[in-house]
Design a protein around this ligand. Structure first.
Ligand code: ADP
Ligand code: MG
Length: 631
């Protein structure tokens, strides 16, 4: 046969890089290769069982799906074998020579060169098969795809030197056998006792029996080493904490510990079991649009698909887990999942479970919840807009930096904020800037700070979008301190109001002169209630687009209409007082422009003409220093 020839192929560049990494930087945890290969064998059995639903003939007379692990101390080899789906020659070339996952290039970009960190990333990326080369200097794969004739077997081999060979062979057994020719310093792994304990430790929850030869001289009889029962089908009370953790690592390829999990069985009109985990850190592709997300879907214990994203909303895309439905048809497809009302019902049930689990973590284990917020807070916030029906469950989960806290880490909850509001305070104040530090120093909150009113400090890209849509928490309305009126209510004393009115009367002339100088760059010039130290600020209307939204939309190529802010003046400020008494019109106009430009800068906006600003500022400085030199 012409295509039976043996050919030598080069690994994809990324695979070559990865192999180098595997070989040179994974000294600790070398035993993970076994977990990865057993997991691949289990996946292969799962896939065959799934295909056999439609095509029972695929199973033939070999219907009991299992995994065998053999070690040969004399030859220095370990073989992991399954009777699952197998691979065709093309599949072997594609799957064992390239990395097909989305985000491959991001993965390589995120490698730091730090062994410890990078080995964690490798785990997270789930490039299991290639981990064989951590312990082997040569790997041989014999395989035959289910449903193909015996002469369509495949032999694949590589010594990780940049190339692999592949040839067509005759193979009686269906499925795949991976043989590792161990490196001299990895021979210890042929020890039967060691292998058994590794399998129990890492692969106990695999849904198929993992068999090893019985101990004793040349025994040919195999016995199961693992429990071979899907973890989520066992009663909660019987499952140890460690088993839950290992199962998490198995499904997530994340080898840090999960922060929490929730294991539930729903019975009655609809029946399903779910096991959901809160990971301890964000995956490297959390912000990538096409990143894989979602749960592992089983129907009546039969594996159906990975990454079933229909069971959780987008803002919970970082939750890992399994859902096993008793009601969905076994032949369900992604398309069908999208339309099935049953799926929507499960989705809303699971969403509540996750939100409850997070609420529990937030109150009972605040340290762990801090990690959740640090890693996933920005995504969780999207839920305020994406999932309005659950808004009341999400609001208490939010954490903020605040003027009442020293550090910039968001730790303040809305509940805490409301509890320590000033007497007479009716609004929850917040301010959004480019950074938490910029928000903390924002001119908009000068008066609030002076009055000891707490202000929440925000700096995430989506904050303006999200916060603008919130109405109230526990009856207290949210208020952006940089917009409209501060709505101080009874916080502003009578004396304040009187002083305000007096200032307004006295400043009428000044306000008009500044407005004339600025023309229609501003909608209005008025006296300010919010300033203490700064001479002026630009204030948008309640419903105008803010700076960051404006930037997001402009970046997306949209035309954004100019917003015309009001300029608020601090009439108690020496500079403003000086202007009021100035009769030099040219100088007055120049100072008005400067005030405007400075206010735009402080707001985090960009100047239309930075050069003009600098020249203007220099003219004023020259005049000032010139006067001093002359005096
Ligand atoms: P992953 O398991 O995350 O897909 P791996 O690197 O572990 O990544 O495996 C790569 C691919 O190789 C698998 O997706 C599968 O298509 C194929 N493969 C590996 N081991 C087996 C096996 N025992 N039987 C069939 N296919 C396999
Ligand atoms: Mg794998």
């Amino acid at each position: 046969m012409s295509d039976a020839h043996k050919e030598t192929r080069a690994f994809q560049t990324e695979v070559r890089q990865l192999l180098k990494l595997m070989i040179h930087s994974l000294y600790s945890n070398r035993e993970i290769f076994l977990r990865e290969l057993v997991s691949n064998a289990s996946d292969a059995n799962d896939r065959l069982r799934f295909e056999a639903i439609a095509q029972p003939a695929l199973l033939g007379d070999d219907a009991e799906l299992r995994i065998w692990v053999d070690a040969d101390a004399a030859a220095g080899t370990i073989t992991i074998r399954d009777n699952g789906i197998g691979m065709t020659r093309e599949e072997a070339v594609a799957h064992l020579g390239t990395i097909a996952k989305s985000g491959t290039s991001e993965f390589f970009k995120s490698l730091s060169g730090d062994q410890q960190k990078d080995s964690q990333l490798i785990g997270q990326f789930g490039v299991g098969f290639y981990s064989a080369f951590i312990v082997a200097d040569r790997v041989e794969v014999l395989t035959r795809k289910a449903g193909t004739p015996e002469d369509a077997g495949v032999r694949w081999e590589s010594s990780a030197d940049g190339e692999f060979t592949v040839e067509t062979i005759t193979r009686r057994e269906r499925g795949t056998a991976v043989t590792l020719h161990l490196k001299p310093d990895a021979k210890e792994f042929t020890d039967g006792y060691r292998l058994r304990s590794l399998i129990r430790r890492y692969s106990d929850h695999i849904g198929f029996p993992v068999l090893m030869r019985k101990e004793g001289e040349a025994s040919l009889e195999y016995e199961p080493v693992n429990q071979a029962k899907a973890l989520w089908t066992r009663p909660r009370s019987e499952i140890k904490e460690d088993e839950y953790k290992q199962f998490y690592q198995h499904i997530s390829h994340d080898f840090t510990e999960p922060l929490a999990w929730s294991h539930n069985k729903v019975e009655g009109k609809r029946e399903y079991t779910s096991l959901l985990y809160v990971p301890g850190r964000a995956p490297f592709d959390l912000w990538q649009r096409d990143a894989a997300r979602g749960l592992k879907l089983y129907v009546k214990r039969v594996f159906i698909m990975d990454d079933a994203e229909q069971f959780l909303p987008l803002y919970l895309r970082w939750i890992k887990g399994v859902v096993d439905s008793a009601d969905l048809p076994l032949n369900v497809s992604r398309e069908l999942l999208q339309q099935d009302p049953e799926v929507d019902a499960i989705k809303s049930g699971l969403t509540k479970r996750v939100l409850d689990m997070l609420a529990r973590l937030a109150t009972e284990e605040p340290e762990k919840y801090r990690t959740v917020w640090r890693e996933f807070g920005a995504v969780l916030k999207e839920g305020l807009v994406e999932d309005r029906p659950n808004r009341d469950k999400i609001l208490p989960l939010l954490r903020f930096a605040s003027t009442k806290e020293e550090g910039n880490e968001p730790t303040v909850s809305l509940k805490q904020y409301v509890e320590r509001m000033q007497p007479g305070q009716e609004r929850i104040y917040y301010v959004i800037a480019e950074s938490i530090d910029a928000a903390r120093g924002s001119p908009y909150i000068e008066l609030l700070k002076e009055r000891n009113v707490e202000v929440l400090l925000l700096a995430d890209r989506i904050d303006e979008w999200v916060m603008g849509q919130l109405d109230a928490f526990e009856g207290k309305r949210f208020k952006d301190a940089s917009r409209g009126d501060l709505e101080l209510g009874s916080l502003a004393g009578e004396a304040d109001k009187a002083a305000q009115e007096a200032a307004l009367k006295e400043s009428k002339g000044l306000l008009k002169r500044v407005k004339d100088a600025l023309g229609d760059r501003v909608s209005e010039v008025r006296t300010s209630t919010r300033l203490k130290d700064s001479p002026a600020v630009l204030v948008l209307d309640e419903h105008d687009l803010g700076t960051s939204m404006r930037r997001v939309l402009q970046a997306a190529g949209q035309h954004v209409p100019e917003a015309k802010p009001a300029l608020e003046l601090n009439v108690a400020h020496p500079l403003v007082k000086y202007m009021d008494s100035s009769t030099d019109t040219e100088q007055f106009n120049e100072l008005s422009q400067l005030l405007y430009d400075q206010a735009a800068l402080a707001e985090g906006g960009q100047l239309a003409n930075p050069t003009a600003y600098v020249q203007r500022l220099n003219r004023v400085l020259v005049r000032l220093t010139g006067a001093q030199a002359g005096g």
